[in-house]
Design a protein around this ligand. Structure first.
Ligand SMILES: Cc1cc2nc3c(=O)[nH]c(=O)nc-3n(C[C@H](O)[C@H](O)[C@H](O)COP(=O)(O)OP(=O)(O)OC[C@H]3O[C@@H](n4cnc5c(N)ncnc54)[C@H](O)[C@@H]3O)c2cc1C
Length: 443
């Protein structure tokens, strides 16, 4: 008997469910997983969504939580609440640790297992440090709400500590913010931190001039936003520089420490380093013992099944598959959603005894990145937009893709406030100690 008053862990969390329905287990309540669940509506299945977090996260706006522009609850929603009107869908908060392909069971972190008839793995990816995991404590990546609030805490604490610092060198290090990686997330972080320092914080501090803060964007490649057209990359770099961001191109980082970052043979003293370079897929390929690419992405069949296992699908950032142009489908939300909808169609057709749907065809709607207030770039392929018009489209598109009227209104009001008053209402230092980020030695 348990001694803590808790019931014993059930070895099969699905044991009480009716067995007559085909059991679909979807691991991951992100963009891909939830799209599959949504599209399975009406199918003769019972669905179990397993996620290690209780919320679905709108990652494209995560950087706004990290920079105190939005609150966590504006970009995340409890998965359980999202499927509340679907009695055939069960939500489990659990971490998957493996898959027993032969027994058709998913292994969970508490030692229990979950049976499936069809499995959909949609476990995404995480940031990666190119084999230098020892950099992680100093160079925070951005993938989860916890990552975002950690970055927010570090940025805000750096200003707070600088306000109390007497030593000019230490003050300078506290007021230096380094972002590694000039893809969309790095660009968005750099532009917003610069605006935070220039506009939002400046009137609130008495001893430091926050406008003297340095924001340094370091990129190993020759240009920012490498996936975009050259003209948009150039515009983005110019816009960042106008905001005061120092853009360092062709500079692979060779070390990250508590003191700062090393690149191009020099050390830049900086107390806040944010990692926006490199991703690694979830361990789905390891769970299955299946072939993967260099980033750990599972290589799937054209219908997203695992080779030799038609009952196992994998989608989204955790897989690699070729797009219509022969290049890998990009690891972005629309791709994961399209893949989720597609595999739901395959499952439905199978259960109905129908022919499988036409082969998957990824449709790329465009690439969008915000640089700062009223500045964004959009690459629709033939049409390329930049500046204020692009920013409006960027804003409307992001509000449109949020879930629910409350979130949309709330985000719109938060943005209005930033634009009208330069105020960022989510400027809260939460979790951790007030002295976090201090060097453990002399200071
Ligand atoms: C900072 C940032 C900014 C981005 N900006 C954009 C953008 O502007 N536009 C765009 O299109 N895309 C953007 N992306 C990419 C986009 O978010 C991803 O491509 C998309 O989320 C992939 O969907 P997915 O379903 O594969 O994975 P995710 O949406 O990441 O979902 C994976 C889910 O699996 C769960 N999970 C993982 N491992 C386990 C486990 N072992 N057990 C149980 N659950 C598990 C996770 O908790 C998560 O809920 C951004 C990503 C990041 C990190």
């Amino acid at each position: 008997m348990p001694t803590d008053g808790q019931p014993p862990a059930r070895s099969d969390p699905d044991a009480s469910r009716p067995r007559d329905r085909h059991r679909v287990v979807v691991v991951g309540g992100g963009f891909g997983g939830l799209s599959a669940v949504e599209r399975l509506k009406g199918a003769p299945v019972s669905v179990t969504v397993v996620d290690q977090r209780n919320h679905h996260l709108f990652q494209p706006l995560l950087y706004q939580v990290a920079t105190a522009s939005l609150a966590t609850s504006e970009i995340a929603w409890p998965i359980r609440a999202l499927v509340r009107h679907r009695p055939e869908v069960t939500t489990l908060l659990a971490t998957v640790t493996g898959v027993d392909k032969n027994a058709r069971r998913v292994l969970l972190d508490d030692g229990s297992t979950l049976p499936y008839d069809t499995l959909v793995l949609a476990t995404g990816a995480r940031h990666a440090y190119f084999g230098h995991d020892e950099w992680e404590p100093f160079a925070q990546g951005l993938k989860t709400l916890e990552d975002a609030t950690t970055i927010r805490r570090r940025i805000l604490l750096a200003f707070e500590r600088a306000e109390r610092e007497d030593d000019p060198a230490r003050e300078a290090a506290l007021l230096t913010f380094v972002i590694v990686g000039a893809g969309p997330t790095g660009v968005e972080l750099a532009g917003t931190i610069a605006e935070l320092a220039q506009d939002t914080l400046a009137p609130d501090f008495r001893h430091i001039d926050t406008q003297k803060a340095r924001v340094v964007l370091i990129e190993a490649g020759p240009r920012v936003l490498a996936g975009y057209a050259d003209s948009l990359s150039d515009y983005t770099q110019r816009s960042l520089e106008q905001l005061g961001v120092e853009v360092e191109l062709n500079q692979p980082v060779s070390d990250c420490t508590a003191d700062g970052v090393v690149y191009g043979g020099k050390t830049l003293n900086a107390r806040t380093i944010i990692w926006a370079a490199g991703v690694r897929a979830s361990p789905a390929a390891e769970w299955l013992g299946a072939p993967a690419d260099r980033a750990g992405r599972l290589m799937v069949n054209p219908d997203f099944t695992m080779p030799g296992h038609p009952d196992i699908f994998a989608i989204g950032d955790t897989v690699t598959i070729a797009g219509p142009d022969g290049k890998p489908v990009p690891g972005i939300a629309p791709a994961a959603k399209q893949e989720g909808r597609y595999v739901a169609g395959v499952i439905k057709a199978r259960l109905a005894g129908e022919r499988p749907p036409a082969p998957f065809h990824y449709k790329h709607a465009g690439s969008l990145a915000q640089i700062g207030k009223r500045r964004a770039v959009i690459d629709f392929g033939r049409i390329k937009l930049r500046g204020a018009l692009a920013w409006w489209i960027w804003g409307i598109a992001h509000i449109y893709f949020l879930i629910g009227v409350r979130s949309r209104l709330s985000v719109a009001i938060s943005w209005l406030w930033i634009h009208a008053r330069n105020q960022r209402t989510a400027r809260l230092i939460t979790q951790g100690q007030a002295n976090e980020g201090r060097k453990p030695t002399s200071d």
